[in-house]
Design a binder for this molecule. Structure first.
Ligand code: UT7
Length: 335
């Protein structure tokens, strides 16, 4: 008697859990008024930001990543030796090299993991999630620790009111492993357009323009942004990529339990939410309390929404980002 070969189910990837770390020091808009020519009303109206966190010297991406990961490992009873890969999404690594992911891997005792950094700016978490998903779904890794952490205050020009009021420090760690029918990453769309590089970048400190007295005097080791150009692209591209992934999966905004957009500007978030027809209560927002924490906005806002009871495991959620590169994308998941 012949036995029919068993059809093996494809492996899916899920986010098992997320934990965050924010520096304790709060910088309000009133505090910013003492640093640059700005005011609370302008910042709230144009961005939605009320306050942000500022790191102490030791609070680097690796420090924040380790602290968030320790909470994650304790709460979900994760053995550090069971981690196969550590990815750290950041544009403000502790050092240019080695990777902050290696520092994290060492401090957590993830001795069986290989580790590297991923640079996708505000899309760092979405790109990192896609990376983790690829490793898990292909069977190349069972468990991936994805850290998204930024010390943006290290690269902000506190004489430039157009950028220094926008960003904050913070981080999160997420554990990605094999999913099940209730909890898995359904689909994703990733995009890049390098022609946008000059609109949002740091001119010096890389190999093209190594640090020099001149580069420091010219304040070239700080974030430079053409706010309006980035704004215009972000509004259109983030909304487009949200609509596209919903249509591709034959879903509409009303099927979603939660939308977790990158937190760069409340007006960009509102435009994307309006396009997919989502009411305010279905949007995860933490920009008011933390500003733009670059790679860390999505996991921290998602965790925040979970704590508030806006979302629970198994719910259908959409995450989306737009940032320097340009990089952007969306992912649809059963959380
Ligand atoms: O996360 C990575 C991706 N980044 C983004 O998605 C950010 C996209 N861009 C933005 O969010 C917005 O463009 C900003 C929030 C950066 C700026 O808002 P805006 O509505 O585009 O303002 P603006 O740059 O056109 O400036 C309007 C006015 C100007 O004054 P005048 O020329 O009209 O007299 C600015 O000088 O506001 C002035 N201004 C400020 N006033 C008070 C600019 N920054 C400030 C400030 N406080 N901090």
């Amino acid at each position: 008697m012949s036995v029919a070969p068993q059809q093996s189910r494809p492996i899916r990837a899920q986010i098992l859990g997320i934990r965050d770390y924010f520096p304790a020091r709060v910088i309000t808009n009133k505090d910013m008024e003492k640093i640059v020519d700005t005011n609370d009303e302008w910042i709230v109206e144009r961005t939605g930001i009320r306050e942000r966190r500022r790191s102490e010297t030791h609070e680097t991406p690796s420090f924040m990543g380790v602290e968030a990961s320790k909470k994650l490992f304790a709460d979900f009873k994760i053995d550090p030796l069971s981690i196969d890969l550590v990815v750290c999404a950041t544009i403000t690594p502790d050092y240019t090299f080695p990777a902050s992911a290696c520092l994290i891997q060492n401090q957590l005792g993830c001795k069986n993991a290989f580790a590297y950094d991923l640079l996708a700016a505000c899309s760092g978490f979405i790109y990192g999630l896609e990376t983790a998903r690829a490793y898990v779904e292909s069977g190349r890794a069972k468990r991936v620790l994805l850290v998204a952490a930024e010390k943006m205050s290290a690269i902000l020009d506190f004489q430039d009111r157009q950028t220094c009021i926008l960003f904050g420090d913070g981080g999160a760690a997420a554990l990605i492993e094999a999913g099940n029918d209730k909890s898995y990453i359904i689909d994703s769309i990733m995009r890049s357009d390098g022609s946008g590089a000059p609109c949002l970048y740091m001119p010096a400190g890389g190999s093209l323009k190594p640090p020099s007295v001149e580069s420091v005097q010219n304040r070239e080791h700080y974030v430079k942004q053409e706010g309006k150009s980035v704004f215009k692209r972000a509004v259109v591209d983030m909304a487009d990529v949200c609509q596209e992934i919903l249509e591709k999966n034959k879903l509409t905004g009303s099927d979603l339990k939660l939308f977790v957009p990158h937190q760069a500007n409340m007006r960009i978030i509102d435009a994307a939410a309006e396009r997919i027809g989502l009411p305010k209560e279905k949007i995860a927002i933490n920009i008011d309390r933390f500003g733009n924490t670059t790679a860390a906005t999505i996991p921290t806002a998602l965790l925040d929404a979970e704590r508030k009871g806006q979302v629970k495991k198994g719910d259908l959620i959409l995450i989306a980002s737009f940032g320097a590169g340009f990089t952007w994308g969306s992912s649809l998941l059963r959380y």
